[in-house]
Ligand binder design. Sequence first.
Ligand SMILES: Nc1ncnc2c1ncn2[C@@H]1O[C@H](COP(=O)(O)OP(=O)(O)O)[C@@H](O)[C@H]1O
Ligand SMILES: [Mg+2]
Length: 144
Amino acid sequence: MPYKKILLGYDGSQPSKKALEKAVELAKRLEAQLHIVGVIKPFEFAAIDYIPPEEIEKYEEEELKKEEIILKEAIEFAKKKGIEVITKVMEGEPAEELMTYADENGCDLIIVGKRGKGGFKRLLLGSTAGNLVKYANQSVLVVK
Ligand SMILES: Nc1ncnc2c1ncn2[C@@H]1O[C@H](COP(=O)(O)OP(=O)(O)O)[C@@H](O)[C@H]1O
Ligand SMILES: [Mg+2]
């Protein structure tokens, strides 16, 4: 049976929740493993200003905490539907990190929503979804 390890990119947005529902359903039917990854943005700062390391650390801790709450919701949702998932928080550019995760963990399908949180309204397809469709080594399912 194809698709034994599915990767869902999850940012807690409404479209990603829809993707979560489909991913859980598909994983159940295919008896596949479901991996859920949330990517947080690294701290960005202007090079001219000095930022105390404690502040950067605080930012990272807060982002990590927020992400863990988001992933916990996804874990709970999957559990209610009867499946155990594997989750991970990564840091960097979302599409790049998701591709790295999929390659390194032998995932054979990537699932994402059509849009995420934020992003440019004029884009019909979000940049993370678009970049995955263009550059990922795996098949990509964009849930609409
Ligand atoms: N930081 C992220 N971590 C994990 N998955 C993400 C992240 N950002 C986006 N995704 C996935 O990509 C989908 C599309 O989001 P994206 O392309 O970023 O759209 P937008 O430009 O509207 O933010 C989301 O529904 C989600 O499945
Ligand atoms: Mg986005």
